[in-house]
Design a binder for this molecule. Structure first.
Ligand code: 5AD
Ligand code: SF4
Length: 454
């Protein structure tokens, strides 16, 4: 079949996609690479120069957005007389649109997160000398237009839901990713089956607000995320199911119960709380408070006592007092997080919080972030140390740094480096029974006990 586009004429023949930010961007980056490859372009190995560089950008904090412009400048300089064509994709493209051309004239293509299925056509137009931009937000045309999945790492991402209707007052996501949409059940089961056929043993279901996913199963019954998880549980070659990111207000009884019932659903929950102060949570428009959050965690722990809890935190939200910050530290101690992400508040253009009184001084934010991260680090270390002596399965993802060493993930999403007499027989994608022997704050060391038959 003759395809229109970039493989003809003077368009780029090689490409590199560089993704910044969240896991959904990683997923989008993989899909863009598949799309370009399906049009006859070749991916360039790390270290070699590509004729097209796609920067798949993040707009969540100011520093993430600024990285784009420094990367564009670097590419222009490094390319000398023949700089690569630069395509800006992702949330900066959505937020800034054609203004990017004015600020960075070397950019050829601007494409938003809901229209990247049009990337090859936009690249062809840019190769013909046009400035090509598309930041439309069609409901879900994108996924149907993408090529089928053919290759997969042992652990694969699968976007099931996009967008967010929560409008937390600090957050740009509802503006850059748009309103919540759920991909249809049958499309997701198809993609999951293909990923498994292509080598995936673990699938992480992704959504900005993943537990808002809804759909209809094959019999036309309305189901939620727990129904989708139950359907995926029946794929024989799939060993593990994960999902992220959850919002406390959209957690259902069924999802909690799934953690006690579905063997393939891993004991891990990423449930951002942002702050431990009810006044701050209200100003953030989070629509939950500290107490309801803690009760929710207790319900998960009642069905799955070993569940690893992860969260997101923002320090220095406008008006946050010392005493309110201390409430966040108390909540951290009450939960005992296995892992967490913490950020300094960053005012984002167009969000309500950027206009609020009481913006916090940078040095106060620095000090709060340090104290919070020290507390979170203590809890991660304690969680990992409590795993020492346990046996668990590890999904092997890649070779470790030392000869004969492998790196994989435990059910609790801990990175486990392991070696031992049986390690020579291990392959990437294997499930291996390991004894956990030593712990640090970010990883564990283990010893191979046996390969688990597929
Ligand atoms: N400033 C700092 N952190 C933010 N996040 C979202 N918006 C901002 C902001 N303006 C954090 C939240 C969210 C995570 C993905 O990023 O903690 O859960
Ligand atoms: Fe942003 Fe809040 Fe939506 Fe998360 S729930 S994406 S923080 S608006």
């Amino acid at each position: 079949m003759r395809q229109s586009g970039i493989t003809q004429g003077a368009g780029p023949k090689t490409f590199r996609v560089k993704s910044f930010g969240c896991q959904m961007n990683m997923y989008d980056g993989e899909r863009m690479a598949e799309l370009l490859a399906a049009r006859g372009m070749s991916p360039t190995p790390e270290g070699e120069e590509a004729e097209l560089v796609v920067l798949n950008t993040c707009h969540i904090r100011e520093r993430s957005a600024e990285k784009v412009y420094s990367e564009i400048g670097r590419l222009r300089k490094a390319g000398g007389a023949h700089p690569p064509m630069v395509a800006v994709a992702g949330c900066v493209a959505q937020a800034e649109g054609e203004e990017i051309f004015a600020r960075a004239p070397s950019v050829g293509v601007v494409v938003g997160p809901q229209s990247y299925h049009r990337l090859p056509e936009l690249v062809a137009r840019a190769a013909a000398g046009e400035r090509a931009a598309d930041t439309d937000m069609p409901a879900d045309a994108k996924f149907a237009a993408l090529p089928k999945r053919r290759r997969s790492a042992p652990s694969a991402f699968l976007t099931v839901q996009e967008g967010c209707d929560k409008f937390c007052t600090y957050c740009v996501v509802p503006y850059t990713r748009g309103a919540e949409i759920s991909r249809p059940f049958s499309a997701l089961m198809d993609e999951a089956e293909r990923l498994v056929d292509a080598g995936a043993r673990e699938v992480t279901l992704l959504g900005q607000n993943v537990n808002a996913w809804t759909g209809e199963d094959r019999r036309g019954r309305a189901i939620g995320l727990d129904g989708l998880i139950a359907a995926l549980d029946s794929l024989p070659q799939l060993h593990r199911i994960r999902y992220t990111t959850s919002h406390p207000n959209d957690v259902t009884e069924g999802l909690i119960a799934a953690h006690g019932e579905v063997g393939k659903l891993m004991p891990y929950l990423h449930l951002p709380v942002q702050s431990g102060s009810n006044r701050v949570l209200k100003a953030m428009n989070r629509s939950h408070d500290g107490e309801s959050y803690l009760l929710l965690i207790e319900r998960f722990r009642a069905v799955r006592p070993d569940i690893a809890i992860s969260g997101d935190f923002i320090v220095g939200f406008p008006g946050e007092s010392d005493a309110e910050f201390e409430e966040t530290l108390r909540l951290v101690d009450a939960v005992g997080y296995a892992q967490a992400y913490s950020f300094k508040y960053s005012p984002r253009p167009g969000t309500p919080a950027a206009q609020m009184q009481g913006q916090i001084a940078p040095e106060v934010m620095d000090e709060r972030l340090q104290r919070l991260q020290a507390a979170l680090g203590r809890h991660s270390l304690a969680f990992n140390q409590a795993s020492v002596g346990r046996r668990c399965t590890v999904l092997v993802e890649r070779a470790g740094r030392r000869p004969g060493q492998w790196l994989g993930k435990s059910p609790w999403l801990q990175s486990v480096y392991f070696s031992g007499p049986g390690a020579a027989a291990v392959r990437i994608g294997d499930m291996v029974e390991v004894e956990l022997a030593a712990a640090g704050p970010n990883s564990l060391e283990g010893r191979v006990l046996e390969l688990v038959p597929a």
